[in-house]
Design a protein around this ligand. Structure first.
Ligand code: ATP
Ligand code: MG
Length: 247
């Protein structure tokens, strides 16, 4: 994935992202961090063309995203959103989107995300999650969405980590599911958990819609800049600060 001079605004004259240049080699993981409102979710929304760039370009394997068929792009680039992850329908539908994959494939994905017991508790693959939605926490919903990644096997994953209402037990489960789903894929992750940040090849710090720092966890701490402040939680932007991992 390559972003060249990317700019974006939801409304004309109100830029939300500016001058974004980012090269993400195949199979590597980029963690996006930055305080709330810095543009992290917006940046991820450009990668599967939820929105189109208003300036510059994004290419996948050298092809401008706007020249790809949308269905092909969405097959190649899977997104797990920050807030919602469950579609109305059965667990099977949520994992497979009615593509008729065998049960064994779905259970294998659930097991690799350590979600087989959750699936059984819900009532199996044909459980209707419409009814169970109230019983799923935000974290459990993300685990299901991560299992869906394993079922669909996309080349690129864009993950906006959930932050709300995640208890410690789900946290550990989510961490393992995240590792299983991201392994070996090109990944852009809006990272809130330290474990996810530490697993990144490169950390990109956004502020006011611009990239202000990039590096590894250690190099950015050593630089004592914005990332180090975010990490220490002393810049007032704590909502999006990394390092909030429970232990
Ligand atoms: P958080 O850490 O809180 O998730 P973020 O870094 O993901 O924040 P974005 O959601 O990308 O931030 O928001 C960046 C800016 O764009 C903010 O000023 C926000 O108010 C604005 N914005 C986000 N979504 C929309 C939208 N659909 N329409 C208009 N403005 C939006
Ligand atoms: Mg966000």
């Amino acid at each position: 994935l390559r972003l060249t001079d990317v700019g974006f605004g939801y409304h004309e004259g109100v830029p939300v992202l500016r001058d974004i240049d980012l090269d993400i080699p195949a199979g590597t993981r980029v963690a996006l961090v930055g305080r709330t409102g810095s543009g992290k979710t917006t940046l991820t929304a450009l990668l599967n063309r939820t929105y189109d760039v208003t300036q510059g370009s994004i290419t996948l394997d050298g092809h401008d995203l706007r020249t790809l068929k949308l269905a092909d792009l969405r097959r190649a680039v899977a997104a797990v959103r920050q807030d919602v992850a469950i579609l109305p329908g059965t667990l099977r539908f949520n994992l497979d989107l009615e593509q008729g994959r065998p049960d064994a494939v779905l259970w294998d994905a659930l097991r690799r995300c350590q979600a087989a017991d959750l699936a059984e508790r819900l009532g199996g693959l044909d459980a209707d999650l419409r009814g169970a939605l109230g019983g799923l926490s935000a974290g459990e919903a993300q685990v299901i969405a991560l299992a869906r990644i394993l079922v669909h096997d996309p080349a690129v994953v864009v993950l906006d980590e959930a932050t709300a209402n995640i208890d410690t037990l789900t946290e550990a489960r989510l961490q393992r599911a995240t590792e299983a789903a991201l392994e070996g894929r090109t990944t852009v992750v809006v990272a809130h958990r330290l474990s996810t940040i530490l697993g990144a090849d490169r950390i990109v710090v956004l502020d006011g819609g611009r990239i202000i720092e990039t590096g590894t966890h250690q190099s950015l701490l050593d630089a004592q800049g914005a990332y180090a402040s975010l990490y220490r939680g002393d810049d007032g932007g704590a909502a999006a600060a990394p390092g909030s991992e429970p232990d």
